[in-house]
Design a protein around this ligand. Structure first.
Ligand code: ZN
Length: 262
């Protein structure tokens, strides 16, 4: 980056690091290279690298743990302001908001996804296939990254709406708060998660935004749910048996389409 001004170098360094995260080259939860290595990769001074790292930390994308290194925390920026704002709402309100975002993202992903998005989604679905639960809610309550599924995040990336992705990252931050521990459960089994993700993926592949909605509605209503003191599930939206039947019928039609392709 010879011949450029200090502020241009700073901007380029920031863009370089951000791209490593948004493209998934540096995965959420992974440790990023140390400062001297980054300085070498980018060809700028260590102070410029440090400034870029600090800037990404301020928007919640990375976090520096003293003595352990710097880790990727979120693939999308979440402003402290958004987190403060969301903190005023109840868990029920946050979860219902998450539901709306997931459904909207699935719809937009089925319209705006590129071939590269599809490849990345397929890879993520395959990687998460062995999980016992949709990793969107993990299972180990002490896992910092429990509320982060690469598949779900890539659905938001494919939706090509930065605001949706940013709001989603904010919601995930809220769900991760220690005060909500024990109030959330993931009731979908690994097999259900695989089937659900396959349906969402298939609808996105076929650019069918109606099927994408049905598949995502069915999935989000059991991947993260609220449980009461008696460990009973509090339904996000109570449906009449007729309404449930209509969703199941739509899903069945979609399964037939999936079968035809195989
Ligand atoms: Zn999921």
């Amino acid at each position: 980056m010879a011949g450029t001004t200090g502020s241009e170098r700073a901007r380029a360094t920031l863009a370089y690091l951000r791209r490593k995260i948004t493209t998934g080259e540096w995965e959420v939860g992974s440790r990023i290279p140390i400062e001297p290595e980054l300085a070498e990769q980018t060809g700028v001074g260590r102070s410029t690298v440090r400034e870029a790292v600090r800037s990404l930390a301020s928007v919640g994308m990375i976090e520096t743990l003293p003595g352990r290194g710097t880790f990727v925390r979120s693939a999308a920026p979440t402003s402290a302001l958004l987190n403060q704002f969301l903190a005023d709402f109840t868990l029920e309100e946050i979860l219902s908001y998450r539901r709306a975002l997931e459904i909207e993202a699935a719809q937009h992903a089925s319209i705006h996804r590129t071939e590269e998005d599809l490849v990345a989604l397929e890879r993520a679905a395959a990687e998460e296939r062995g999980c016992t639960r949709c990793p969107v809610m993990g299972f180990a309550s002490d896992d910092d990254n429990a509320f982060d599924s690469k598949f779900h995040r890539l659905v938001f990336d494919s939706a090509k709406n930065r605001l949706l992705a940013s709001l989603y990252a904010g919601v995930n931050d809220q769900l991760r708060l220690p005060e909500h521990r024990g109030r959330l459960a993931n009731v979908a089994t690994g097999a259900e998660m695989e089937r659900d993700h396959a349906r969402v993926l298939d609808a996105i592949r076929r650019r069918d935004f109606i099927d994408a909605v049905h598949a995502m509605v069915d999935h989000v209503d059991h991947d993260v749910v609220i449980v009461n003191d008696q460990h009973e599930v509090v339904p996000a939206l109570s449906r009449t048996p007729e309404q449930q039947q209509r969703i199941e019928n739509a899903i069945e039609v979609q399964d037939d389409k999936l079968q035809e392709q195989v």
